[in-house]
Design a protein around this ligand. Sequence first.
Ligand SMILES: [Zn+2]
Length: 397
Amino acid sequence: MDVVRAGSVWKGIVVLLVIAAGGLYVAPVHGQDPIRVTNDRVSVRYPSAINFVLNAIADNEITDARLFWQAGPASAFTVQVMSFQPSSRVALQYPLSTRFLSLPPFARITYRWLLRDSAGNELTTENRTFEYADTQRPWQEMANERIRLLWYDLDPDLATSLFSIADQAYLRMQDAFGVELSRQPMILIYSDQAHFAAFQSMMNNLEYVVGRYFPGHNITVNLVTPEMPPELYQDTIAHELSHLYSDNFYVGYARLPLWLEEGLATFNETQDGVEELREVRRAAARDRLVALIDLPGAIRSRNIATVNLAYAEGATIFQYIQDTWGQEGLVRFLNAFRRTTSFSDVVQMQFGLTMAEFEMAWRAWLGYPVDHVPELMPTPTMVPFFFPTPTFMAPGA
Ligand SMILES: [Zn+2]
């Protein structure tokens, strides 16, 4: 794995101030078509709402208007049918509440309008994209060719070290997957609990307390305060960035099962994984390991100790693969999940082991070999069964 020394990592880093203006976009007025847009405008009221405004005039009555909007390139367009009095001059407004949307700050939102008049003319505006920007903070940005880090109200040395943490995590993932991402991830650092909580919808869970990744948006949001123990934000920044990397890598393909996804993110938190290894060995010594076949359930357990152990076990499985089959084996393993989500298929294909053989080898590697491990109940063999054709139904009978 690449270890970039602190002195060399800062080459090529640009520090600049971003987001000077508020989220206001005014589109040009359209030409002399039967339907003419005179005002197409969006205003963002972060973190509560987005207001879409459209004014149009037409030679005939405008009878139908629809707004199409999409939050993040990976999601589908939502269609909003506007209700209004048909007229040759309309002023439309759609206030979209963002309270219940899972929308990170700086999410990119794309939209267009469709208008129809009574003569059957139709006008579709071009897709426009704007940022759901949090303009309430004095954001500063650091970037290199791989990542962007946005922060405010932090000691510049701390910001610099956060950038290094994120960049190292990115490089570890690049080594693990064997590819670079096509888009630069954006890593947001909030330095105040209230600011951090502001964007969150009602659907939170424990993992989101200090960090959150938003699938499809290429954005992670993290909380870093000066009082926080450094290990906490180090782990979180790397963990969430790993989810982002993985999500980008598998988009449009099969992907890792959740327990492996979390194992990979945990594996990527630190370079050494000493803590996870210690926790897993302790559980092995007490014969309390969660068997591999039970990890998919354990990762969703309500028991936090079980969940933690499942995360740690997943992380040591990646350590084990790296240790045994090398970096090249890790790359092959991760790439194989583009074709299937089945762990047992992948270990069979890549390492020539059944799942039970793999688990026994992993346990031996941990230092706690066992004679057998729990296996899935074999699928009952299907015996082809045919109803005998009753002879009385046979033709001519
Ligand atoms: Zn996670």
